[in-house]
Design a protein around this ligand. Structure first.
Ligand code: ATP
Length: 903
């Protein structure tokens, strides 16, 4: 993490000077040896992890919650009235509570931090004359980085070549409009925003391509220096935790008021002030669900960890809540539904069809004509088409020690593979024909063009892209013998259609001769100048398991649509293979058709189609908006720079960890480490499970608070002794929340969780059925605890004995309720949740200690129980279990199951 420096004013020097000063080379980059030395000298290109609030601040935060303040006050008053042991116990509890909260919070934070490390950031560099992909932390000053639209700039660098390069520097300068970059010298000591020949770490490339030489890495970068100054404190709050925190606060206020009234009523009835004070404290301590917000954060964090295990990295905690409510998943095709393992299956050139054998990117196979391997010299149109595929191409395919190593876009790698299968030496070809200009591929453009100069000085342009795009620019075509002939567009379209209907991805290839002296590509000048060379059709099979995942989504009431830049027929075939539009075959709408609709028509189409093909990023955004208008919760995938607005707009923006751009990842709520559609389905499932567990935890915890509160109020109103004392309530709340309640966070998913309909996010956490159950259990606890206390007294037991019985009623009834709580509507037999067993066993041991160990007697005013006491305790626990199960049965019979499951 050492700071590094490069030329201080690189923007004022010419690119050549900067490159020379750094001892590197524009054409070949650094050597491996230089990189090693520089890395030793400058360290990794990383920033120290952003710590947020300091440890000490977070420790202090533990003491700012209202309950703790009440407790500290109570402890002070307890000392004043001479109850030193109680005061000590209360103080110890406050401390213990703070420690537990602090440890839990840190653990949750660490888990989240570790997950954010899972998304690597790679960058393309030139080293030893070769283009390679390296993790951005391995960059050193002097590295030549190759920038492409969608990349995050990995270090501060001086631009040496730029093609239409624009960067979004808002992260650094606050300027939201992209800044155009060039290699021109900028004179004077201008501010960052005006250093148009520099690119800065952490900013985004929004447009074009370029090469830049790294001048500063790690903390020496501009962003590194700024970050040192700003230490923001963003706690992982979600709408839910915020709502619960507010709920807790309001509840605290209400309970304090009730406590005050109880105190006053007691005094009026002539009770002693100290007794009433103790009762009021007991009420406050018991009824305030102080642990709720923290427990919710822990449950969410556990959910995040589970999702990460299933390849879905949640970047924003609220996404966990939203995921479970998803009603539509709009997924890309290439790489998400399909494997993006492109293999050229057929080539059509000069009207002839060629089949290609062998799969994968290793060039093991042949290009065949009439079932026989071709002789390249007899198929000039084919070879011209494959040559264009090699030249108009940024990918690399090298033979390394462990076999063939592809670098770059799989579509382009496949073109190198097929060229090699046809006997073409692509490395030589690229050396002979130097690239002098490029029009990079962009989804919105759907094509790419390059300009090459041969040794004799001849300049040729090569174009590849979507058929419609290329065909409309073609003037003529090559026939099988390589002669230029008039273009038969309908024959070409028919051939492409035939290939696409079997699910193949079709690309068209063309070339042109620019006018003399033209050494730049002018997109506007291309139409009417190209000669069509042929079509290449690639197979890209659906990923394994996607069909099942689609089915699981449909069962779960989640609609799945495919949104792709690819051809309608290719998309239709792939969609059918994975089971979209199962009954009648997928309904396919193209971008052109979408463009022709508006208003209600657009909404109608958006609501009914299974596949949107040849869709532009702007249309993706319109689709999200239309679906949201119809009340949908939309999860949308995207990988390109232009997808960022749609990703931000979607309720769950999903980006890819492997392919896809940093810009898209930055805009997303969730990143898939394996780019697989099935992982979205898994995340939805986990989201539902987290939400379920949260509701279970809340449903489990509230009756204890209500029960304890009511017991105290009842005792004061009836003028009887308190069945439980403040320290005893503290004990119950502190131990059961951790040992019992939190084990619900580890509950496995309920069977059938993906057969429910999605839960509207606006629906409150606690709906009618659940509230009824919470009240039912609260009443059982009050009646049970109060009843057992009085029965024990009536049987001649001393108050400490009767209180010990009442405490055990609470704890054992909570255990029984916990076992029931694992499902809202079904009686669950066994469990795979080992934490649950461990929790119940620990809690039982603690209660035995509390009941029989003399030290605990001293601290908590307890006493040993006899058999009658235990029988009463167990009877209430059993009654709790039975009553809740009966309640479930009534619910099922009333077929109001939906209220629990989806409500
Ligand atoms: P999806 O949107 O599902 O990821 P896609 O990869 O087909 O599918 P885009 O990347 O937007 O979507 O590509 C749109 C079209 O542009 C493709 O169907 C193809 O015809 C063409 N195309 C794709 N990659 C290249 C490339 N590297 N060079 C030229 N044209 C390309």
């Amino acid at each position: 993490m050492t700071a590094t420096t490069g030329p201080v004013a690189a923007h004022r020097s010419s690119p050549d000077d900067v490159v020379a000063e750094l001892g590197t080379d524009t054409a070949t980059g650094l050597t491996a040896e230089q990189v090693r030395d520089l890395r030793e000298r400058y360290g990794p290109n990383t920033l120290p992890r952003h710590r947020g609030r300091g440890l000490f601040r977070r420790w202090l935060d533990q003491f700012t919650n209202p309950l703790v303040i009440v407790l500290i006050a109570a402890s002070a008053v307890t000392i004043a009235i001479g109850h030193y042991v109680d005061a000590g116990v209360i103080a110890a509890v406050v401390l213990l509570n703070a420690i537990v909260g602090f440890v839990q919070e840190n653990k949750a934070r660490q888990a989240l931090d570790a997950i954010s490390d899972l998304v690597r950031m790679d960058c393309h560099v030139l080293r030893d004359g070769r283009r390679m992909v390296v993790p951005s932390e391995e960059l050193v000053p002097g590295d030549m980085v190759l920038l492409d639209a969608g990349d995050r700039v990995p270090a501060d660098a001086r631009v040496v070549a730029a093609h239409d390069l624009k960067c979004d520097e808002s992260a650094l300068t606050g300027e939201s409009r992209p800044v155009r970059k060039s290699s021109d010298v900028v004179a004077g000591d201008v501010p960052l925003a005006e250093r148009t020949n520099m690119v800065f770490s952490g900013t985004m490339v929004t447009h074009g391509t370029g090469t830049a030489v790294v001048v500063a890495t790690g903390e020496a970068t501009e962003i590194g220096m700024v970050r040192g100054l700003v230490a923001s404190a963003t706690a992982p709050l979600t709408p839910l935790t915020r709502k619960l925190a507010l709920f807790s606060k309001q509840l605290t206020a209400v309970i304090m008021a009730i406590a005050a009234v109880t105190f006053a009523v007691g005094m009026l009835r002539g009770s002693a002030a100290t007794d009433m004070f103790i009762a009021a404290v007991a009420l406050a301590v018991g009824a305030i669900p102080e642990g709720l917000p923290a427990a919710v954060t822990v449950v969410l964090a556990i959910g995040v960890v589970r999702m990460a295990r299933r390849h879905a990295i949640v970047r924003h905690l609220p996404a966990v809540e939203t995921l479970g409510s998803t009603t539509v998943i709009c997924s890309d095709k290439t790489g998400t539904i399909t494997a993006n393992a492109m293999t050229v299956a057929e080539v059509v050139a000069g009207g002839e069809f060629y089949r290609v054998s062998g799969t994968g990117f290793a060039p093991d196979g042949t290009v065949n004509h009439a079932e026989r391997p071709i002789h390249p010299e007899r198929h000039p149109a084919l070879m011209a088409c494959l040559e264009t595929g090699v030249l108009c191409n940024d990918a690399e395919l090298r033979r390394g020690d462990d076999g063939w190593q592809p670098v770059g876009d799989p579509t382009e790698v496949a073109l190198l593979t097929v060229a090699a299968k046809a006997g073409l030496n692509f490395t030589d070809l690229r050396r002979q024909q130097r690239r002098i200009d490029v029009l990079p591929f962009e989804s919105s453009r759907r094509m790419m063009a390059t300009l090459h100069e041969q040794q004799g000085g001849t300049v040729t342009g090569h174009v590849k892209g979507a058929l419609e795009q290329v065909l409309r620019m073609c003037r003529d075509a090559l026939d099988a013998d390589g002669a230029v002939v008039p273009l038969d567009a309908s024959a070409v379209q028919a051939a492409a259609h035939g290939l696409a209907t079997s699910g193949l991805r079709v690309l068209a290839f063309a070339r042109y001769q620019p006018p003399e002296d033209v050494r730049r590509i002018d997109e506007a000048e291309l139409p009417g100048t190209l000669t069509l060379l042929g079509l290449v059709a690639m197979a890209d099979l659906p990923r394994e398991g996607v069909g099942d995942a689609v089915r699981a989504c449909l069962d779960a009431g989640v609609r799945v649509t495919m949104i792709t830049g690819d051809h309608a027929e290719t998309a239709r075939a792939v969609a059918a293979k994975v089971g979209l539009g199962a009954a009648t075959g997928p309904v396919v709408v193209t971008g052109a058709e979408l463009a022709a609709t508006s208003g209600a028509d657009f909404d109608h189409v958006a609501a009914s189609a299974d596949v949107f093909a040849r869709v532009s990023p702007e249309q993706k955004l319109r689709l999200v908006e239309s679906l949201q208008r119809a009340g949908h919760v939309v999860a949308m995938t995207g990988d390109g720079v232009n997808d960022a607005p749609a990703l931000r707009r979607a309720d769950i923006g999903v980006a890819m960890g492997d392919i896809g751009t940093e810009v898209a990842r930055d805009a997303a709520d969730m990143v898939l480490t394996d780019d697989n559609f099935s992982s979205i389905e898994a995340a939805v499932e986990e989201g539902r499970s987290v939400f379920d567990n949260l509701r279970k935890f809340i449903a489990w915890t509230l009756p204890t608070n209500i029960g304890e509160g009511l017991v105290i109020v009842a005792a004061v109103l009836l003028g009887t002794a308190l069945p439980i004392l403040p320290v005893q309530i503290l004990w119950i709340n502190l131990t059961t929340a951790g040992f019992l309640g939190l084990t619900l966070a580890f509950e496995p998913k309920e069977a059938g969780i993906m057969r429910r309909t999605p839960r509207p996010p606006s629906k409150p956490l606690l709906t009618g059925g659940l509230i009824r159950r919470i009240l039912l259990v609260s009443v059982v606890l009050v009646v049970g605890a109060f009843g057992v206390f009085e029965l024990q007294l009536a049987a001649g037991m001393a108050e400490p004995v009767a209180r010990t019985a009442a405490i055990n009623v609470f704890v054992f009834a909570e255990m029984a309720f916990l076992i029931s709580c694992r499902s809202f509507d079904r009686m669950l037999p066994g469990t795979r949740n080992r934490w649950l067993f461990a929790g119940i066993a620990t809690m039982t041991a603690l209660q035995l200690a509390m009941t029989y160990w003399s030290v605990m007697h001293l601290l908590f005013h307890t006493a040993p129980l006899d058999v009658s006491g235990w029988l009463m305790v167990l009877a209430v626990a059993a009654a709790t279990y039975v009553l809740v199960e009966v309640d479930k049965a009534i619910w099922r019979r009333g077929d109001r199951r939906a209220e629990y499951t989806t409500g």
